[in-house]
Design a protein around this ligand. Structure first.
Ligand SMILES: O=P(O)(O)OP(=O)(O)OP(=O)(O)OC[C@H]1O[C@@H](n2cnc3c(O)ncnc32)[C@H](O)[C@@H]1O
Ligand SMILES: [Mg+2]
Length: 175
């Protein structure tokens, strides 16, 4: 099976590879594609669209059977600002399969900066005095004391996608 991944961010690419490794053997191509939404999505709907667009674009660009897109966003709720993560898997024949990843509350001042126009990746670099948090442990890694890093979070999300995809392609379960 050939899989196209719509990003070159190593946390996402490694996550997809790891999720597939435990289930089936596959070849991977990672390509940088447009998400078709803002660099910093600010709602679940926008983040889901980004994931679906990435999956579609990667599949078409690599001319393979399956495309996967993963997208991070921030949502504002009555409880405060939550990190959100969404993923999509697309095979061109069926409706995209979409699944959500972990959500954790961000410190209010960081969420406010994001809703005032900054990207969370940049906000996290300033907050931690580190470089490229987004391609390393991620905000989720920082705020869980490294207990759950961004790769691990996306691996779980990728397993949700792959598992549902395999279920849907078993005879009788097609959508
Ligand atoms: O190269 P791509 O695939 O675009 O990877 P990215 O790190 O930019 O990730 P997203 O576009 O999916 O995320 C949208 C924005 O939210 C930021 N972001 C999302 N989750 C994050 C996390 O856990 N840690 C740091 N930044 C995060 C990210 O850096 C972007 O600014
Ligand atoms: Mg991005």
């Amino acid at each position: 099976m050939k899989i196209a991944i719509g990003t070159t961010n190593p946390t996402k690419v490694n996550a997809v590879k790891e999720a597939f490794a435990s289930l089936i053997s596959a070849e991977f191509q990672a390509v940088s594609v447009a998400s078709g939404v803002a660099e910093q999505p600010l709602s679940d709907e926008e983040t889901i669209s980004g994931a679906i667009n990435r999956a579609n674009a990667a599949r078409l660009e690599c001319d393979v059977t399956i495309g996967i897109g993963l997208e991070g966003g921030v949502v504002k709720t009555k409880m405060g600002y939550f990190l959100c993560n969404w993923g999509a898997i697309i095979d061109g024949n069926n409706e995209p399969i979409v699944a959500g990843g972990s959500r954790i509350l961000l410190p209010t001042e960081l969420g406010e900066q994001v809703f005032n126009g900054k990207e969370l990746g940049d906000v996290m670099d300033e907050y931690t005095n580190q470089h490229n948090v987004r391609q390393n442990e991620g905000a989720i890694g920082i705020f869980t004391s490294g207990y759950v890093n961004r790769t691990e979070m996306f691996t779980h999300l990728s397993k949700l996608l792959l598992g549902q995809y395999l279920f849907s392609t078993q005879s009788g379960n097609e959508n």
